[in-house]
Every structure is written in C-alpha cells, then in structure tokens.
Design a protein. Sequence first.
Length: 133
Amino acid sequence: DRFGRLFVLIPALLVLGGASLGLNLVTDLTGYTLMIFFTGFGRIGNSIPPIMLADLLGPTRLGPAIGQNRFLGDIGIMVGPLVMGWIIDTYGFGGTTFLTAGLLWSGAVVVLATIREPAQRGASGSLSQGTLH
C-alpha cells in the first residue's frame, strides 16, 4: 500500500510477458528454470485486481463485481488451454508465448491508461475510492 497497487501490478505484468517470451530463447534446463522463476515472481500481482475492484467500487457493489471477476477468470481457465492448444498445433509453441506476452503487455498499458489509484487514506486508515478515466 505504501507505493500503491499499480506499483506491484504493472511490473508483474511486464515480468510475466518477458518470461513468456524468454521461453522461446531457452536451450537448456537452466534457462527454463530461470524463466519459470520469473513467471512465479510475476504472479505476485495476481491478488491486485480484486483489491482494486474493492478500491474502485466500494462495499455496496463489491460482491457482484468479485463474482463477475471470478466467473470470467474461471472461463479463462476452461477455455485458455483449448485456445493455446489450437495455437500450438497451428503456429507452434512460439505463437502462444507471443500471444501471452502481447496480452500481458497490452493489459499493463490499458491499466495505466484507465485506472487511477485511491488518492488518500481517510482518518480511519481506509482508502478513498479510486477512479476510472
């Protein structure tokens, strides 16, 4: 919280995209292990989107928003492997790493362009609501 949610989320998305592309360059177990380490490190941002929903929406609209977030995430978990399998069959393994990196980096740009963090903490220590622009 000291530096804000975007301070964690944006680097995490960039590292995940870089690790995805890095998988195209590995030629041995050490390189693969290093890219998987960076993938794991980049996942530190996974908890940030639901927290940002709470910041943006407040308690009255939070329940449905968290449900929608989880629902869409679960659809991705079900459909993603099928899509990636088709891409591997059609374009090879490299196609999936380029697509993944592009989605992650595009996501970082969209978040930077549309999300503003809460401006301040109130007397109770809770965050004031953030905004979309």
